[in-house]
Design a protein around this ligand. Sequence first.
Ligand SMILES: NC(=O)c1ccc[n+]([C@@H]2O[C@H](COP(=O)([O-])OP(=O)(O)OC[C@H]3O[C@@H](n4cnc5c(N)ncnc54)[C@H](OP(=O)(O)O)[C@@H]3O)[C@@H](O)[C@H]2O)c1
Length: 230
Amino acid sequence: MKTIVITGASKGIGFETALSLLNQGCYVVAIARSSEELEQLRSQSSSKNLLLITADITSKEELEKISSEVAKLEKIDGLINNAGMVLNRSFLETSQEDWRSIFDVNFFAPVQLIRILKPLLRKGSHIVNIGSMGGFQGSEKFPGLSAYSTSKGALAILSECLNAEFSNEGIAVNCLCLGAVQTKMLEEAFPGYEAPVSPKEMGSYISYFVLNAHNFMNGKIIPVSLNNPD
Ligand SMILES: NC(=O)c1ccc[n+]([C@@H]2O[C@H](COP(=O)([O-])OP(=O)(O)OC[C@H]3O[C@@H](n4cnc5c(N)ncnc54)[C@H](OP(=O)(O)O)[C@@H]3O)[C@@H](O)[C@H]2O)c1
């Protein structure tokens, strides 16, 4: 049985990815701040192979809690850095604090999680970082998303850099740059926009990707987008 750790599993894409992994027989470690929403995973899946960790991934103490809980499992086969936050504010109206908050969740938390969980990743495991088309070079950019898109761009390049350091240990790192998916985050960033992809569809794709794609690609930054806003 494969063990997969996923952040941001309380709602949206992360919730559906976790559910899909549970339905495929994986052991899932699901992390987010909202314990009640995380509990919905328990009620919506008949699988018992689920560990819920209520934690804020930007908190040093709570990262330590994640580390000690996951260490009890011995080895893991995958880490999906999915938790994220968006800010739709024009560049000149953003503060240093805005930039720090976005980078804390979207970039520094994945950096820390990879650092603390690396010793537990077995040979043949797969780290999947969830980026955005906003962080993919050459895509159409949207006003107001400079902090968000820049943080996702950093996450994408981190994925390439870690490939250079981890591939000789059999640990693959890829970044999926998602296009629009109908979630609360999208509704916040683009009110009224109707995305062509549902969280369930994207969750099904990401669960397939984390379990299989590292046999075919490593260190790749991959656009996963049907149309704009991308
Ligand atoms: N939806 C899109 O169109 C789209 C497009 C491109 C990329 N993405 C990326 O896809 C990922 C998932 O997005 P989504 O649309 O599913 O968003 P969402 O519905 O807003 O879900 C975000 C998840 O991140 C968790 N989270 C946020 N801050 C956290 C923190 N400090 N500690 C722990 N967990 C935290 C939230 O849980 P709690 O609030 O319970 O902590 C929630 O489970 C994000 O990385 C996003 O940037 C989404």
